[in-house]
Design a binder for this molecule. Structure first.
Ligand SMILES: Cc1ncc(C[n+]2csc(CCOP(=O)(O)OP(=O)(O)O)c2C)c(N)n1
Length: 333
């Protein structure tokens, strides 16, 4: 598969097209944009054999986090289908690798997530029992049972719950970063629709101007509920970052790629990472619109097998599935 990578940083902007045969060509902006419209793919920006540059422990740990999120979310789906959860739910099935990879490299940030953020909470060490209880509307939930799926809040892990208005976590994150007592680095996560909000743009520009220590992540599933990016705008996340003179990279959701770019970007904050992800289930709820564009979970398993970690990763998957099942077992009696 051919791949395209777009990079912007202070010193250079480049768009690189790499054909299957390894032919590399620099692209101009207009051509790149046309390719972008059709080249949303599982290989976008991919670096071959990148997993081999990480240790076995890192590879297995990122996989364990992916598994935990996947199996936890499948239990949430089951609980919702069985009407144990009565409020709307926003599931992270399909995009687990992003939160898992970020948490490996971008450690202990203050977190400003969006409405779809069970994955971030779990990857950053949030108590899964407290998340379960939150979704079941119990006072023992991480937000006292008052937040629900879209507003996962946890002072314990420094995660601020979302208020439900698309993208508002971004200006709040910027305000927090610029507060006079703040010394923390910050993670601000939004979707590709949130990125279009005027206050998100203004806040991002201000963060760039003030050099606020924020890593902005855009989880780009190409959809605002059901409307595709190509009918909403003709610019990309990296166009925006470039206008604000902020480092940015656009890639697919390969966990190794995310770890590699995050490690680099965090040296020069603020920065923006636009990551192509796939929504396996509905925007809200548990239905699905058809086969997903790609299944990163499966691809990660195949990559681990390729580098000789098949047996170890299968054991991790089995153990993690059992661990999650135990958490939910009392609810399904
Ligand atoms: C200001 C505002 N406008 C519209 C909505 C309705 N709304 C909720 S989620 C959503 C789409 C979100 O898409 P995206 O940000 O890409 O995240 P995703 O759900 O795809 O992960 C919309 C339009 C809202 N909550 N707030």
């Amino acid at each position: 598969m051919a791949s395209t990578l777009r990079v912007y940083n202070k010193h250079k902007t480049y768009h690189r097209f790499v054909s299957r045969a390894g032919f590399v060509k620099k692209l101009d902006n207009r051509i790149f944009r046309c390719i972008m419209c059709v080249m949303r793919s599982q290989d976008f920006g991919q670096i071959s054999r990148l997993s081999e540059s990480f240790s076995e422990d890192e590879n297995l740990e990122v996989f364990r986090r992916i598994c935990f999120i996947r199996y936890f979310e499948l239990k949430v789906k089951e609980a919702s289908d069985k009407k144990l959860i009565k409020a709307p739910i926003y599931l992270s099935v399909g995009q687990e690798s992003v939160a898992a990879a970020l948490s490996m490299v971008y450690q202990q940030p203050k977190i400003f997530g969006q409405h779809r953020c069970h994955d971030v909470y779990l990857a950053y060490g949030g108590d899964p029992v407290a998340l379960r209880d939150e979704l079941l509307h119990r006072p023992t939930g991480c937000a006292g049972g008052m937040g629900g799926s879209a507003s996962i809040h946890s002072p314990k892990i420094g995660m601020v719950g979302h208020d439900g208005l698309l993208g508002t976590q971004v200006p709040i994150a910027v305000g927090y970063a610029l507060g006079k007592d703040s010394k923390e680095k910050i993670l601000s996560i939004m979707g590709d629709a949130a990125l279009e909000e005027d206050y998100v743009m203004a806040a991002t520009a201000f963060a760039a101007f003030k050099k606020a220590p924020i890593l902005f992540i855009c989880l780009d599933n190409n959809l605002s509920v059901l409307t595709e990016v190509k009918v909403r705008r003709h610019w990309t996340a990296t166009d925006l970052a470039k206008a604000f003179k902020m480092s940015a990279v656009e890639i697919t959701d390969d966990p190794w790629l995310i770890m590699r770019h995050t490690a680099e970007l965090q040296q020069n904050l603020p920065a923006l990472l636009n990551i192509h992800v796939v929504r396996h289930l509905w925007h809200n709820g548990t239905g699905c619109d058809g086969p997903p564009e790609w299944d990163r979970f499966q691809m990660v398993k195949e990559e681990l097998a390729r580098i000789g970690l098949k047996e170890k990763s299968e054991n991790i998957e089995k153990k993690t599935e059992e661990e999650v099942a135990l958490i939910w077992q009392p609810e399904f009696k």
